[in-house]
Design a binder for this molecule. Structure first.
Ligand code: B12
Ligand code: SF4
Ligand code: SF4
Length: 412
């Protein structure tokens, strides 16, 4: 297990009053109401296709009883055991709960106070089984948030964007459901209230809670970065009143690295990640993602992929578990903040050299093959079979000039 020195959160700053978010104003409900356009609404309704992974991983289209997410969405929260078991003091209890969470399948676990700013104010989804309607106010008075992280396979993500990276992404979403459910049930059977917030249902924003619980820091791309797994980590939360010692935020150097790196901003095909500085969003100073353009980029997948994970795979913290990755992150962490730039710049140069400016791997798996299909060149008269535009940033003016030159050379 990696140990990181706890500090005040450095990757975001609270600068004004925070507001609770109404879940109805979050992206999925907006798309379902058609606010992001008919094409995206239509895509969301018809995206299932014939791929069996897609059909079981909650995208819809298959038999709902073949989809864990849809089954668990309706699962009721069990009763709290009226005879609470004697429990140890909060530090020991926290240690045991983390052990249980890992036993149930979580890769990383941290605990924070449940800040009500990260609980939705109103629900966007109905759940008739629990008597919940769209627009119901949320009441979640629990004191603690146990944050769970589930890592994804490095290489399958590197096949982005493809049916292979989709399958890996989908599995991460599903994998969290039984673990989170079991942990909440375990706590209820100990005699304390607990609720699971996972891919099937939930009323909290897991990212700020997980940052506060020391699972990692907030990156330029808007996601939590874990020191070992980068952001190829899915998040879920169990909220509870079981008395627990809380963890503290960590410093793994994301604040400085994101200032100089910008690899996610460079590789994002929809230009949704900013190159500039942070902005204040609802009282929080952080990088502002263009959520709408990111969502709309899903339309580019056509029938080849569904979820874009380019920013996750490009992030320089996203590496396979290896001694040199540990060494790189540790050398940033252990360097005094004003001197970090001296370590970061050479590391970023090495990152581009060995892993590429746009990390990607050709992969064959279960009959899937992510080899880029030749793109149709729009230069008049060109006969060349260019590789996929997704892997050659032809929108870059220099690249376009170069590509046209090549076309001109071979054109009749
Ligand atoms: C809707 C949604 C999307 C939408 C919109 C993306 C977005 N950035 O909001 C779309 C479909 C485009 C999308 C894309 C992706 N998503 Co998504 N998405 C969600 C979902 C369900 C809700 C997010 C939301 O409400 N956003 C609207 C507002 C709140 O966004 P925002 O103001 O830009 O704030 C963002 C961050 O700054 C942070 N945040 C908000 N307030 C605060 C306050 C503080 C103090 C801090 C520190 C952070 C913070 O949370 C927001 C989410 O990124 C969450 C799960 C959840 N329940 O939160 C997953 C989630 C954010 N997605 C996730 C992932 C992995 C992805 C993708 C990689 C894969 C994909 N293609 O689906 C991309 C990455 C895009 C990106 N760079 O953010 C993971 C991130 C895991 C991580 N390591 O952090 C989450 C947490 C799902 C999960 N349970 O694991 N997603
Ligand atoms: S998921 Fe894709 S489109 Fe969205 S921000 Fe990341 S790289 Fe850009
Ligand atoms: S790719 Fe670079 S800039 Fe983007 S989140 Fe990762 S470290 Fe930060």
């Amino acid at each position: 297990m990696w140990q990181t020195k706890p500090v005040k959160p450095r990757s975001y700053r609270i600068v004004g009053p925070q507001q609770q978010v109404d879940e109805r104003t979050t992206p999925h409900p907006r798309v379902e109401r058609g606010e992001l356009g008919d094409r995206l609404l239509n895509w969301r309704k018809t995206r299932a296709g014939q791929d069996p992974f897609r059909r079981i991983f909650g995208v819809g289209g298959g038999d709902p009883n073949n989809c864990l997410q849809l089954i668990m969405k309706k699962a009721p929260e069990g009763a709290v055991n009226p005879n609470p078991a004697p429990i140890p003091e909060p530090t020991e209890m926290a240690r045991r709960i983390k052990e249980v969470a890992r036993f149930f399948g979580a890769d990383v676990v941290g605990i924070s106070h449940l800040d009500q700013a990260y609980v939705y104010s109103h629900r966007a989804k109905a759940n008739p089984a629990a008597g919940e309607k769209v627009g119901d106010p949320v009441h979640l008075p629990h004191r603690y948030a146990i944050c769970l992280g589930f890592s994804s396979d490095y290489y399958r993500f590197l096949s982005n964007n493809s049916r292979i990276s989709d399958a890996e992404y989908g599995l991460g979403n599903q994998r969290m459901i039984p673990t989170t459910f079991m942990l909440a049930s375990y706590i209820r059977e100990m005699g304390y209230p607990a609720q699971s917030h996972d891919y099937s249902k939930g009323v909290v924003n897991p990212i700020p809670l997980a940052v506060n619980a020391g699972l990692g820091e907030l990156g330029r791309h808007g996601m939590l970065i874990h020191e070992e797994y980068g952001s190829r980590i899915h998040l879920s939360v169990v909220t509870t009143d079981l008395p627990l010692a809380v963890d503290e935020p960590v410093d793994i150097g994301v604040e400085e690295v994101c200032k100089y790196c910008m690899k996610c901003a460079r590789t994002c095909p929809s230009k949704s990640i900013p190159f500039g500085g942070k902005e204040v969003v609802k009282g929080v100073e952080k990088y502002r993602i263009n959520v709408d353009s990111c969502y709309k980029y899903r339309l580019a997948g056509r029938d080849k992929w569904t979820n874009c994970v380019i920013c996750v795979s490009s992030c320089c913290y996203n590496k396979p578990t290896a001694w040199w990755h540990t060494l790189a992150v540790k050398s940033i962490k252990w360097t005094p903040i004003p001197l970090r730039v001296l370590v970061i710049k050479p590391l970023l140069w090495i990152d581009d050299l060995f892993w590429g400016k746009r990390p990607w791997r050709h992969m064959k798996w279960l009959g899937y093959d992510n080899a880029p299909e030749p793109a149709v060149c729009t230069t008049p008269g060109c006969q060349v079979k260019h590789t996929n535009l997704q892997h050659k940033p032809l929108h870059d003016p220099k690249q376009v000039a170069k590509a046209s030159l090549n076309c001109a050379r071979v054109s009749p």
